[in-house]
Every structure is written in structure tokens, then in C-alpha cells.
Write a protein that binds this ligand. Structure first.
Ligand SMILES: [Zn+2]
Length: 164
């Protein structure tokens, strides 16, 4: 990878993802945002669209990858995906398909489903354990629990299964 992000870069791009997450929350949605970065340049920023677009598959990460449009394999393979929350199996699968080599995660205390799978496939996952990302998700779980259950494909009160 010709471009190696510094911790300051990681912080800056996570802040962009966080701004997307806050936007989604303010719209009544799920507060998860993401940014896809290549060579220090933002290719796309997005957020969960379940509520906004009545979408079953546009999570923070998939919305961002969708917004980035058609890219050559070589671009995915040298990009970094920033996401405010640890990816679900669908978003991890998208990242695995395109061989995105590194995912920077805001927090994984409220949800963690795919990190073992990603690690097994050689993806570098760096968790920032960011208090602002955590606070947003804690608010989500407290105030919109039904929307969250829907988002991860479980019935109310069920917990998500880890991917193996
Ligand atoms: Zn997802």
C-alpha cells in the first residue's frame, strides 16, 4: 500500500464517518456512518439507510461502497474502510469480496459479529474504541431498540449470532 495512514489520518476519517452517523441519527435512522479512503482521498462517505430508504441492505458500510460506484479491483485492494461500528456479516462480506485490506472500527462494544472472520481472511481490523461512536450506539440501543433489531436481522430481544 503506497499510502500509510497515520493515527491522525485515522482520527480525521473516523470523524467524517461519525458525522455521517450523526446525520443518520438526526434523520431518525440508525447512527452508523462510514468512509472509503484511497491514497488519502475520500472516495465516498455514507450512512445506514434502513429507515431513510426503507432499505434492507444499505448499512453504513454498504451505502458507502455503493456510493463510491464501480471501482477497479486494484482500488479496493489499496483502500481503507472507516466505520463507526464493527461490521455485520453482510458488510464484512462486501469488504471481503472486494479485498479491502484494512477496516478501521469506531467501536465494537455494542456489536461485534465479523472480526474473527475478517482476521482469518487477512483483513487488518483496527478498533479505535471511540467514546463518541459508543455513545451514539448506546443511545440507539436505548431509544430505538426495535429499529436496531431489524437492522441486524433479529427479533426484538434476541441477540445477534457471531459469524463463523
Ligand atoms: Zn452491516
Amino acid at each position: 500500500m503506497p499510502w500509510t495512514p497515520t493515527p491522525e489520518d485515522d482520527r480525521r476519517f473516523m470523524d467524517l464517518a461519525l458525522a455521517q452517523a450523526r446525520k443518520s441519527w438526526d434523520e431518525g435512522g440508525v447512527p452508523i456512518g462510514a468512509v472509503l479512503v484511497h491514497d488519502g482521498e475520500v472516495l465516498a462517505a455514507g450512512h445506514n439507510q434502513r429507515f431513510q430508504k426503507d432499505s434492507a441492505i444499505l448499512h453504513g458500510e454498504t451505502d458507502t461502497i455503493e456510493k463510491a460506484g464501480r471501482l477497479p479491483a486494484s482500488v479496493y485492494r489499496s483502500s481503507v474502510l472507516y466505520t463507526t461500528l464493527s461490521p455485520c456479516i453482510m458488510c464484512a462480506g462486501t469488504a471481503l469480496l472486494y479485498e479491502i485490506p484494512r477496516i478501521v472500527v469506531g467501536e465494537n462494544r455494542t456489536f461485534e459479529m465479523s472480526e474473527a472472520l475478517l482476521a482469518e481472511r487477512g483483513v487488518q481490523v483496527d478498533v479505535l474504541d471511540d467514546p463518541a461512536c459508543l455513545a451514539l450506539m448506546e443511545r440507539m440501543l436505548a431509544e430505538r431498540p426495535a429499529l436496531w433489531s431489524e437492522d441486524i436481522g433479529v427479533e426484538a430481544g434476541e441477540t445477534a449470532k457471531a459469524a463463523r
